[in-house]
Design a protein around this ligand. Structure first.
Ligand code: NAP
Length: 148
């Protein structure tokens, strides 16, 4: 086999981009980009997608729409799970979100961090650098440390 032939030979190509069986959390998943992302994750094969935003009813409606999508791989329903939380208000809300997710699954493969932080983080960064560090540590380290 030539060098070029070897380089274009991609092993397991049909599966390396698959999200089949993955578990995801989408913050701000009740509408807009987050809900688009959640839909994409489900349709790409994720077996569980947790949706969080401040409004419980909006989360429920988003999950109902997501769970009505085709389920060609036959994953256990519901694939979309609502966990309402205000993740921009209080670190305790993020910790509660982590606990709620951990009640259902033993790991998270994908964290789609889409809402509730950008402006407030910038504000905290400008006003109090320690606050920014603490909040970002909780969002990422806490999530990955506790759920993964
Ligand atoms: N759309 C764009 O063209 C664009 C471009 C650049 C960047 N962005 C950024 O991408 C993100 C999503 O944009 P989008 O247009 O999809 O926004 P959107 O339609 O306003 O949706 C925001 C989502 O975040 C949730 N959310 C807001 N504050 C929250 C909080 N404190 N805790 C938990 N959830 C919260 C909202 O639900 P609840 O109201 O129920 O909490 C909603 O589900 C935003 O951060 C935006 O700044 C968007």
């Amino acid at each position: 086999m030539s060098s070029a032939q070897a380089d274009v030979t991609l092993h397991s190509f049909p599966t390396i981009f698959s999200l089949s069986g993955k578990i995801a959390v989408v913050t701000g998943g009740s509408r807009g980009l987050g809900l688009h992302a959640a839909s994409g994750l489900i349709q790409a094969g994720c077996k569980k997608v947790f949706i969080t935003s401040r409004k419980a009813q909006a989360c429920e409606e988003a999950c109902a729409a997501l769970n009505a999508l085709p389920n060609p791989e036959g994953w256990e329903e519901p694939r979309a799970v609502s966990v309402p939380a205000d993740i921009g208000r209080d670190v305790k809300e993020i910790e509660r979100l982590v606990k709620e997710v951990a009640k259902v699954v033993d790991r998270v493969d994908i964290l789609f961090a889409n809402a509730g932080a950008t402006c407030k983080w910038l504000l905290i960064f400008v006003c109090k650098k320690v606050g920014f560090v603490r909040l970002s540590e909780v969002t990422f380290a806490s999530f990955w440390g506790k759920v993964r």
